[in-house]
Write a protein that binds this ligand. Sequence first.
Ligand code: NAD
Length: 279
Amino acid sequence: MSSPTDQIPRISLRPDVEIPQLGFGVFQVPPDETEEVVARALSAGYRHLDTAAAYRNEAAVGQAVHASGLDRSEVFITTKCFNDDHGREKAKKAFKKSLERLELEHVDLYLIHWPVPAHDLYVETWEAFIELQAEGLVRAIGVSNFQPKHLQRIVAETGVTPAINQVELHPHFQQAGLRHEHEQLGIITEAWSPLGQGQALEDPVVVRIAEAHSKTPAQTVIRWHLQLGNVVIPKSVTPARIAENFDVFDFQLADAEMEAIKALDEGRRIGPDPDTFVR
Ligand code: NAD
């Protein structure tokens, strides 16, 4: 019999690296609750965890994975290099500290958390990432919150394309232009705040489509991401919602429903602007 985990589609990042398309984010999960919350997510069937040095809960994520009894190869773990750690040596040092906190030999995906153009060190940071991957410490490397000009620059200056760009993306902020740029460059789109931090769930169009499928607004929005081809990492600390957000593989949105959600785009960010965000 197939397990819930087998239902998660996988997307290829490199010839030998696949990311589960649905993952579990732990931003703003307090460190002392994270182990329990992640354990719950793993029992619900999630096999992809998204943390960051800046979230201060990497150690608890690692503890939950080690306590789960799952083989390391069964869990895909992403962490991120924060803004004060840009630069070749600093980035490498920050990575080693993340690895120590996670108590791991490698991570599956390492991301530059923000481009921080004001510091102008993201190309050098990317060079450090390329070396970490060559050393076998990271299976795939990517970026987060990069705008087209930042992506084009690292590709032009290093010749290495990020596997993924993790960006704010939800029904009210759909990033069509950036997604098009990703397609041109061969970069996978990963959506952060995929539920618009809960705001997208109150939209009447989303509510109506959810009712038509006897699903919830959260399941409907996650399904929309999956059908767009996004990697999606919803967050919840509530047991019923953790399970609910995973139960998205038994229905399909029709083209007209995808179009109706497409029409909700307001081009409105919830989070910081990547061109100016420093800390
Ligand atoms: P989200 O869109 O996943 O929303 C989470 C919130 O939505 C919850 O706190 C809860 O209030 C609500 N919610 C969740 N499930 C629900 C359900 N079934 N029913 C009703 N309400 C529900 O927002 P997020 O946590 O900001 O983003 C998800 C993940 O993305 C983060 O945990 C983190 O891993 C990542 N992230 C990355 C960046 C970045 O800069 N790279 C920034 C923000 C978030």
